[in-house]
Design a protein around this ligand. Structure first.
Ligand code: AN7
Length: 367
């Protein structure tokens, strides 16, 4: 019986991925996420702009990591591995645990103690991973898992694993397939820099296969307290409320710079204040709830627009008269980090069960 038409990113993009008929496909039907038109952001940018939100929070474990994890875990199983390991600011651990469990593999996750969002911790724990909080930050945890995976029989599933990048490039394919062309600009947050690497690879592959006629300009954003690529040196004690991207020494640093330079793009920093403002904007104006790190892409878009970036850039791009498509990747779901959501808005205190009082607070007048 044909249970579902959509069978996940490996089946959909089989010929572009390092898999064969022998690969046991481990999937939760990740990918196929919506590309949501953003009327408000399009209006802010101006007449000829169309801004779309690639809502990766709608993947099975609530982040883009699932695209890479389906490939990494399927390959681990094909290679007869019995365990996977990762360091994580949260989402990788959630995804690795879910996919490993489904594959019948043991999963071990190292997280910076006290520094990952509640929802992500809940995910890793409920899926039965061995969750080991480290007294140290993500960069320390990543160093540890690199060494552990070289000494013990356990497969590394951080984005240094090339299968992760291969899976994640499918997001770029989907965007091109949906728009029937590549966007002109692509905005996304940058942490360990695997995702910008993956998107750029995906866009380049489609371009070389002549499935698109141009390549997008890649615009990546780090949080200003965790902006090693922008500053040009590793950050010892990275800080930001966007815990997903609190990373001081990104593994794919060089590849992120390549994506930036080859595409004529930029990697810049946005402050926590700008991130929270974009986070609230998306929730209130567009009805799209993301985690703070994801809002860095939109914070970056608004910042560059204010600085006149598009005007300057478009003059050089010879696109006059054409519609300009901009895509922002929203990497993770807002429910990952409920504590931040509750902290950043005003709430009313508990009131007595009294209709008059309720009507007053809700500003309702009797008809
Ligand atoms: C929501 O889970 O690094 O630049 O260990 O969770 O590819 O690292 C997460 C990263 C952006 C940055 N948005 O992506 C991890 C981890 C969200 C994220 C990023 C992450 P990369």
């Amino acid at each position: 019986m044909e249970l579902a038409r959509y069978k996940g990113v490996i089946k959909r993009y089989f010929e572009y991925l390092p898999v064969s008929e022998k690969t046991p496909i481990v999937t939760l039907l990740e990918g196929n996420t919506p590309l949501i038109f953003s009327p408000k952001l399009s209006e802010i940018l101006g007449k000829k702009f169309r801004v779309f939100l690639k809502y990766e929070g709608l993947n099975p474990t609530g982040s883009f990591k699932d695209r890479g994890m389906t490939v990494a875990v399927s390959k681990a199983k094909e290679d007869r591995q019995v365990a996977v390991i990762c360091a994580s600011t949260g989402n990788t651990s959630a995804s690795a645990s879910a996919y490993a469990q489904r594959a019948g593999l043991k999963s071990i996750v190292l997280i910076p103690a006290g520094a990952i969002a509640l929802g992500k911790l809940a995910q890793a724990l409920i899926h039965g991973a061995i969750v080991i909080p480290i007294k140290g930050n993500f960069d320390t945890a990543l160093k540890l898992v690199l060494e552990i995976s070289s000494r013990f029989p356990v497969r590394l599933v951080n984005s240094l694993n090339p299968h992760r990048i291969e899976g994640q490039k499918t997001a770029a394919f989907e965007i091109c397939d949906t728009l029937s062309c590549a966007p002109h600009f692509h905005f996304l947050p940058v942490g360990n820099a695997g995702n910008i690497t993956a998107y750029w690879r995906g866009y380049k592959e489609y371009y070389h296969l002549k499935k698109t006629t141009h390549l997008p300009v890649m615009c990546g954003f780090q949080a200003s307290g965790s902006a090693p690529i922008v500053k040009g040196h590793p950050i010892k004690n990275p800080k930001t409320l966007a815990t997903a991207i609190r990373i001081g020494n990104p593994a794919s640093w060089k590849k992120a710079e390549e994506a930036r330079d080859e595409s004529g793009g930029i990697i810049r920093a946005v402050s926590d204040k700008e991130i929270v403002s974009a986070y609230n904007f998306l929730a209130k104006q567009e009805g799209v709830f993301v985690e703070p790190a994801s809002a860095a892409s939109v914070a970056g878009l608004l910042k560059l627009n204010q600085e006149g970036y598009f005007k300057r850039k478009l003059r050089k791009m010879a696109l006059s008269g054409k519609e300009i498509n901009v895509v922002c990747t929203l990497t993770g779901h807002g429910l990952k980090d409920p504590e931040i959501a509750i902290k950043t808005v005003k709430k009313s205190k508990a009131v007595e069960a009294d209709i008059k009082k309720i009507a007053k607070i809700a500003a309702l007048k009797e008809a």
